[in-house]
Write a protein that binds this ligand. Sequence first.
Ligand code: ADP
Ligand code: MG
Length: 153
Amino acid sequence: MRCRLHLPDEAATLAFGARLARNLPAGLTFYLVGDLGAGKTTLVRGLLRALGVTGRVKSPTYTLVETYELPGFELYHFDLYRMHDPREWLDAGFRDVSGQAVSLIEWPDKAAGWLAAPDVIIRLSIADESREVECESASPVGARYLETSCKPC
Ligand code: ADP
Ligand code: MG
């Protein structure tokens, strides 16, 4: 399952994040791929707001992770950009994140080989003043989820 969408402005990225919040099953792992400034954190912000998070949604650039206790599950927003060695992933205890948690991982390549396999890979790219997004499922659960949440991409 794959879908592509043009995101003309920041509001569109937030709205797409909100769309991804629909029917979000516990335990889903997302890899968020794209250059600095591609809109990964913006997309997570839209998703979290749609799930009822009202406070400021911070980028975990310096903390590596922000955790959210949501009604149905915990959600972990990772940003591994500043990780220098994949072993930092182990040292921080991130391997023990519950399989019931939803994980959204920016810069997954930084911990290649240590992360849970993705259910959904989201690729964002910069197109002049706007963005393109492509979602691809990487597991049966991810495919079923994108079937419903990505329509009508
Ligand atoms: P990343 O986490 O990928 O480094 P951010 O989410 O921090 O990127 O976004 C970087 C910038 O891109 C922000 O200023 C945001 O407002 C802007 N932005 C997000 N989506 C779009 C879009 N669809 N079109 C134009 N600008 C966008
Ligand atoms: Mg970011």
